[in-house]
Design a protein around this ligand. Structure first.
Ligand code: AMP
Length: 399
């Protein structure tokens, strides 16, 4: 994939209707936004468009309404917050690409901003329906993608619309693509990838593809226990995907054949059961990975494992990390994840953390400014790291 894409600065926007796909998928509680981080992150692109006299039509999804008009997933609260942040009215459309949106888009003056309703209110959105893509395109002259978190999805508002309009990146997408593209096109070696999280099944392709690229692959979190089982160890009540044991064996053989170091836990922190509530008290002990008692569940990597993983990070020149090493939502089971965040923060390597839980861990610990790049997209950054073509990026014009 070509990582050198045109941005909003490479196209004339003055007087043009610019449809800008943002990531306004903000967390809410009882109708109130609990973090406006994603709205704030979108400001540079929106402000550039306003300053340059574009007629700005913003769009985004929020949650998973699955084609239904769920009022609790209306983007009106985003329009209100964005109005405050921009210091100007953000006109809210009553629909996604219907009569009201069209009329409001047609009436926009230079520098005005409007927001369409939740794109996933339309059934066609996630199907990349051509009629919906065309309806989006009919409202605008230019498409800007500034939502990296959905760039791995071929949806109408993330990729389909670019079939009908010149398409460029916003500042957020530009930053993601240029930093990750540069780090990965020709990574400085040793190149170490760290994968964690709950399930092997979610990351099958990732493991397979990363083995083609990295010098060392580290596996922690819940998925490590299927690998432990593949080595012939009993894993007690730990997360186990029995149907993937053969796959794990294949991956171990592939790593060996390719000379890739595959680092797996040598010890783990076990408890009688998964904590309930998740952040509630839990009695733990550390055991060797081949000595997990039958009635126990592995919920974090042990200290020896954390030290081995951290050592691999120390000697690396490029590190990518996606997924927690344990049930980090519980402070007693967060030590392995914290140790990895610390190792990345202490490292001089180019360090890239992919979205979600591992990004949150770095931010909560105050390490964010010591990581080269924290991606805004979990799934998207993983696919990017694997070298896959992301539809929301591939559709943008090359420089
Ligand atoms: P994922 O969405 O696949 O990145 O998984 C993140 C989740 O994996 C977090 O909520 C963790 O609590 C969970 N997790 C990590 N390690 C384990 C483990 N050993 N057993 C069960 N769940 C885990």
């Amino acid at each position: 994939m070509n990582y050198n894409k045109k941005s909003i600065e490479d196209i004339e926007v003055t007087g043009k209707r610019v449809l800008c796909r943002c990531d306004f998928n903000v967390p809410t509680k009882a109708g109130v936004i609990t973090s406006d981080k994603r709205i704030v992150a979108a400001l540079p692109t929106i402000e550039y468009l306003v300053k340059n006299g574009a007629r700005v039509i913003l769009c985004s999804h929020m949650g998973k309404p699955k084609g239904e008009w769920k009022p609790e997933l209306s983007l009106k609260i985003v329009a209100d917050r964005l109005s405050e942040l921009l210091g100007q009215e953000v006109i809210m459309a009553a629909d996604v690409a219907g009569e009201d949106a069209k009329a409001k888009a047609a009436a926009l003056k230079n520098g005005q901003v409007m927001l369409l309703e939740n794109t996933r209110y339309e059934k066609g959105e996630t199907k990349n329906d051509a009629a919906l893509s065309k309806a989006f395109a009919d409202m605008a002259d230019i498409f800007v993608n500034d939502a990296f978190g959905t760039a791995h999805r071929a949806h109408s508002s993330t990729a389909g619309v670019a079939d009908y309009l010149p398409a460029v990146s916003g500042y957020l997408v530009q930053k993601e693509v240029s930093i990750m593209g540069k780090a990965l096109a020709n990574p400085e070696r040793p190149f170490v990838a760290i994968l964690g999280g709950a399930k092997v099944a979610d990351k099958l392709n990732v493991i397979n593809n990363l083995l083609e690229k990295v010098d060392t692959l580290i596996i922690g979190g819940g998925m490590a226990y299927t690998f432990a089982a593949a080595k012939g160890y009993a894993v007690g009540n730990s997360l186990l995907d029995a149907s993937k044991i053969d796959y794990c064996k294949e991956m171990m053989a592939k790593a060996e054949a390719k000379g890739v170091k595959l680092l797996l836990p040598v010890d783990c922190v076990v408890a009688d059961a998964f904590p309930n509530p998740i952040d509630g008290p839990v009695d733990v002990q550390t055991v060797a990975i081949d000595a997990i008692p039958a009635n126990k569940e592995g919920l974090d990597i042990g200290e020896n494992t954390a030290a081995i993983f951290a050592e691999a990070v120390k000697t690396a020149k490029t590190v990518v990390w996606n997924g927690p090493m344990g049930v980090f939502e519980n402070p007693i089971l967060a030590k392995g994840t914290i140790a990895m965040a610390q190792a990345l923060a202490d490292s001089d390597a180019t360090t890239i953390v992919g979205g979600g839980d591992s990004a949150a861990a770095c931010e909560q610990l105050g390490f964010a400014d010591r990581i080269t790049h924290i991606s805004t997209g979990g799934g998207a950054s993983l696919e990017f790291l694997e070298g896959l073509e992301l539809p929301g990026i591939a559709c943008l014009q090359d420089k």
